[in-house]
Ligand binder design. Structure first.
Ligand SMILES: Cc1ncc(COP(=O)(O)O)c(C=O)c1O
Length: 395
């Protein structure tokens, strides 16, 4: 008998993931089907990636049309959809910035750290290189992004790491940690992997002001919060701040890998300072342009806000009806979580939801995370919450 997919995977894939072996073969918007014909509702959107739904017709048409024309040329030449993508991103952001294109969130954050470090070399009296991040932060898996990540457990092995990263327990602790070598502070406005933890808006605004007064850069990692996930194009817009550097990835490409670092410090990087073979190629930026167009239209028509409200109402109901399981409801926009009374119950909820045909995520130690496509329909939302109810009642 031939080996099944799980056996072949175990033989050939390095085991870095605790995988579920459901083999998905097709999907449309927030509905996804496995190879046995079982249909699931997807409240994960591939961890915040398929922002305009699975197999979005406009994205797939744009991708195929572009693939037929030209896919890749390298950044030695101007790439029209890349230029148009940067223009769209900057205009939607409302900030006066320029973009660099990469392929993932971690890579975008590497770019952000490089801009900050060079700024610290060329501006000011002495060299500044230290970057302060938050304890429960997550910034990616490359060696430097991992070191920027404040979760100590992630720093087992892999050293020595680059110097110069320190971790603040919370926003209040940051000012006291600044010294003459500090060049930047890097935060997620809603910590995603850390447990769907929104930062306090007033405190973030005060932090921005304090940093500006000391010429220390504010880097906002919007890899998960960006591109309308939290209601506006950027969570920075929701928080009404003007960061110096912002990173994007996940939802921007609608399923195609892309990362962006954007900055108002346009003078810092010069030719040769940074680069990427694939970053911002025709395929990824054509997809990103289509994703942005779709979401800008949905925002303008009111559909996006309606979807958020509809989802929020269902979430409120499930929270209210299950106070024995959930201790609090956290997050905003379509980046939401329910804190579960203990980690084992959370695992049981996710497994039972899967059995009932609903994909759910964990965040932090005990948060049931909701990251559906931003285009999820009312019927899909209702069906998903019905399945969640069934899972909860069979606990
Ligand atoms: C806030 C944040 N930054 C960075 C990353 C890393 O992104 P990637 O996995 O695309 O490298 C993630 C991924 O979950 C993230 O949530």
């Amino acid at each position: 008998m031939s080996k099944n997919l799980q056996e072949i995977e175990k033989q050939y894939i390095i085991p870095t993931y605790g995988r579920n072996y459901t083999n998905f073969v097709s999907a449309k918007n927030a509905s996804i089907t496995d190879d046995k014909g079982k249909e699931y509702i997807d409240f994960t959107s591939g961890i915040g990636v398929v922002s305009v739904g699975h197999s979005n017709e406009r994205v797939s048409k744009a991708l195929c049309a572009q693939a037929d024309k030209i896919m890749h040329i390298s950044n030695l030449y101007v790439i029209e959809p890349q230029v148009k993508c940067a223009e769209r991103i900057v205009k939607q952001s409302t900030y006066d910035m320029q973009c660099f294109f990469a392929n993932s969130g971690a890579e975008a954050n590497e770019g952000a750290i490089k801009i900050a470090r060079k700024y610290g070399e060329i501006e000011g009296e002495s060299k500044r290189y230290k970057i302060i991040t938050l304890d429960k932060s997550f910034h990616g898996r490359t060696i430097t992004a991992l070191k920027a990540t404040g979760q100590e457990a992630m720093h087992n092995y892999f050293g020595p790491f680059p110097d110069g990263f320190t971790y603040a327990a919370d926003l209040d602790a940051i000012e006291g940690m600044i010294d003459s070598h500090t060049v930047a502070v890097m935060i997620e406005l809603v910590q995603g992997e850390g447990g769907v933890e929104p930062l306090d808006k007033k405190k973030v605004q005060a932090l921005e002001k304090m940093l500006k007064s000391k010429d220390i850069l504010l880097i906002v990692d919007e890899v998960q919060t960006g591109v309308y996930r939290t209601g506006e194009f950027l969570a920075s817009n929701v928080y009404e701040i003007e960061p110096d550097i912002i990173t994007l990835a996940k939802g921007l490409g609608g399923g195609i890998p892309i990362g962006v670092v954007m900055t108002s410090k346009k003078e810092v990087l010069s030719p040769g300072d940074h680069g990427s073979t694939f970053g911002g190629n025709y395929l990824s930026t054509v997809c990103a342009n289509t994703v942005i167009d779709i979401l800008v239209e949905r925002k303008a028509s009111g559909e996006l806000d309606e979807t958020f409200l509809m989802f929020e109402n269902k979430l409120k109901e499930v929270f209210k009806n299950n106070r024995n399981l959930f201790t609090s409801s956290v997050g905003f926009g379509l980046m939401r979580g329910l804190r579960v009374k203990d980690a084992q119950t959370l695992t049981n909820i996710i497994n039972l939801s899967h059995e009932k045909g609903l994909l759910m995520l964990k965040a932090g130690r005990n948060t049931l995370r909701f990251l559906p496509p931003l285009t999820i329909s009312e019927a899909e939302t209702n069906e998903g919450f019905k399945r969640l109810d069934e899972a909860l009642s069979s606990l």
